[in-house]
Design a protein around this ligand. Structure first.
Ligand code: PEP
Ligand code: MG
Length: 577
């Protein structure tokens, strides 16, 4: 038995068996071979096995995700049959006496490079297919069995170094009960995904993949940030009790579901959810969110092997909008770049990707891609209350540029006689310090702000949000951050029919709720799971008291001092978490 402590990323307690998910490095043997016939047979057998695997995945994809997803695996099977691929590998074996593994690697890399260099997104997507297929054949030649997270026979806790958005996308969500990873933080994508799946997660555990074995019984305690491996029977009993206590607490919160988020003295605010895909809507509704404050549309792009078409996007946006006939749905335009890449969109390596071609900057470079998304959002806008939000805005010039492109799309739709909401609201994320400082200027061009504290902290404090070495500096309670938030709400208050929300993780932090309320925040957007707790806090405080707390905090010197003060004040006001 041992206990390790990491970063709390998603609340709850889970007890289940561990599944260590390690991406096995593939090493090929570069020595020449004599017996080429045996290598040819190895290759042909691996192709056959790959065909069988792909067919199984294709059928599963069609039944769970639809025809379009299934088609991806049909394309993979076609690569296996491609005479250029097959004959290329056989020629390397017969003519150059390479082993089957090395021959497959050489031919795969050759094809990958040719396709990857093509500008057309269709062909660059084929490059990703070729790589996938090549890797599959190689694994089959070498007998490497990579854990397949899409087919799990029992409930498990996934143990990994880190999880990419595509790892989490393909998971068997009914069987994955929790995450524990070596790296990551509260704002990393593994954390965000865990919260949207509503499963406990503890990240940043350092070496958990080395200390836990698949099959070990473990507890992930997302309330205290601890993981316990092979617990004693007393520990297990105590965790079972805590788990029950937490479940009862959740039941208590559930009773608030249909009540307004209104303070004791009558200030009503809006609690909405952050989502990554239409499936996440269910969680928002279940937890009493009245709409969506951040739809991270990049997941639609990342979970696809090809650029999602206008129709596909339209269908996704429409379905989310229709789920909230009375509430807002803020659709954020593509935020790719930084740590998020698309296999079918070639991008140059950057020295500082988070300061590079990310989000709106990329959309300005790829106007065709941007317009497809804007057209899809506009067309969907007639099915609900759509708000369009641009990410990574640093100045009013960018807002004007984005709005000009939006106007072009509106004109196109007018010409095509396709309907859209002509009064669709347009807003920006405030996640770059320059935008916060110039919020009064930027407000002239938009209808709302949403403060993205995940990036605002990273850029203001010069702290990489993924880097554990400097995570001690990543503090949303830092006075500089509070002052920026105040500057944004103050600019927003000066305008009519304008609101400021927050969709960074701070909005769902129970210790920040009173402070943010007092700073004048109107809309709080968070992982669905956090909504009930934040509602409970809002319903138990007076707005006047929250304002006093915020005013006092704005004059304090350190994040620590502010946090202590907020906690003390909450205790004095009898606001329990
Ligand atoms: C943010 O930066 O706070 C935000 C909500 O955006 P993301 O986490 O997707 O970068
Ligand atoms: Mg951001």
């Amino acid at each position: 038995m041992f206990v390790k402590e990491g970063i709390i990323a998603s609340p709850g307690i889970v007890i289940a068996k561990a599944l260590v998910y390690e991406k096995i490095l593939i090493e090929v043997n570069k020595n020449k071979v004599e017996d080429t016939d045996t290598e040819i047979v190895k290759f042909q057998n691996a192709v056959q096995t790959s065909h069988e695997q792909l067919e199984t995945i294709r059928i599963k994809a069609i039944s769970e995700l639809g025809e379009e997803e299934g088609a991806i695996f049909e394309a993979h099977a076609m690569v296996l049959d491609d005479p250029e691929f097959v004959e290329g590998v056989e020629a390397e074996i017969n003519d150059n006496h390479l082993g089957a593994d090395y021959a497959v690697k050489i031919v795969t890399d050759r094809f990958y490079e040719i396709f990857d260099q093509m500008d057309d997104p269709y062909f660059s997507a084929r490059a990703a297919d070729i790589k996938d297929v090549g890797t599959r054949v190689l694994q089959n030649i070498l007998g490497i069995v990579q854990a397949d997270l899409s087919k799990l026979d029992e409930d498990v806790i996934i143990i990994a170094d880190d999880l990419t958005p595509s790892d989490t996308a393909q998971m068997d969500k009914k069987r994955v009960m929790g995450f524990a990873t070596n790296i990551g933080s509260r704002t990393s994508h593994t954390a965000i995904m865990a919260r949207s799946l509503e499963i406990p997660a503890v990240l940043g555990l350092g070496d958990i993949t080395e200390t836990v074995k698949t099959g070990d019984l473990m507890v992930v305690d997302g309330l205290t940030g601890k993981v316990c491996v092979n617990p004693t029977s007393e520990q297990l009993e105590s965790y079972e009790k805590e788990k029950l206590k937490y479940q009862n607490y959740l039941k208590e919160l559930e009773e608030l579901k249909d009540l307004d988020a209104i303070t004791l003295d009558g200030r009503k605010v809006e609690l909405v959810g952050n989502i990554g895909e239409p499936n996440d809507v269910a969680g928002v509704l279940k937890n009493g969110g009245v709409g969506v404050g951040l739809y991270r549309t990049e997941f639609l792009y990342m979970n696809s092997d090809v650029m999602p078409s206008e129709e596909k996007q339209f269908a996704a946006y429409r379905s989310v909008l229709e789920s909230f006939p009375n509430g807002p749905v803020i659709i954020r335009t593509l935020d790719i770049g930084g740590d998020k890449k698309l296999p079918y969109l070639p991008m140059d390596e950057e020295l500082n990707p988070f300061l590079g071609l990310r989000a709106i900057r990329l959309c300005f470079k790829e106007i065709g891609l941007f317009k497809i998304q804007l057209r899809a959002i506009l067309r969907a806008s007639v099915y609900g209350h759509a708000y369009i939000m641009f990410p990574m805005i640093s100045s009013i010039t960018e807002v004007r540029q984005a709005k000009a492109i939006l106007l072009d799309c509106m004109k196109e739709l007018d010409e095509e006689q396709l309907p859209y909401d002509k009064a669709v609201k347009v807003g920006v994320m405030i996640e770059i310090p320059s935008a916060a400082i110039a919020a009064d200027i930027i407000s002239k061009e938009v209808d709302f702000f949403s403060i993205g504290t995940n990036d605002l902290c990273q850029y203001t404090l010069a702290v990489d949000r993924m880097n554990q070495e400097v995570s001690y500096l990543y503090d949303p309670f830092n006075p500089a951050i509070l002052r920026l938030i105040k500057q944004v709400t103050a600019a927003s208050d000066k305008r009519d029919n304008f609101f400021t929300g927050m969709c960074g993780e701070m909005a769902g932090d129970p210790l920040a709720a009173v402070l943010l309320l007092g700073l004048g925040l109107y809309e709080f957007s968070m992982s669905a799971l956090s909504i009930p707790q934040i509602k409970k806090i809002i319903r138990n405080v007076r707005y006047e008291d929250a304002k006093d707390i915020a005013d006092a905090a704005l004059n304090m010197e350190t994040g620590e001092e502010i946090l202590d003060f907020v906690q003390d004040s909450m205790k004095k006001l009898n606001i329990n978490l």
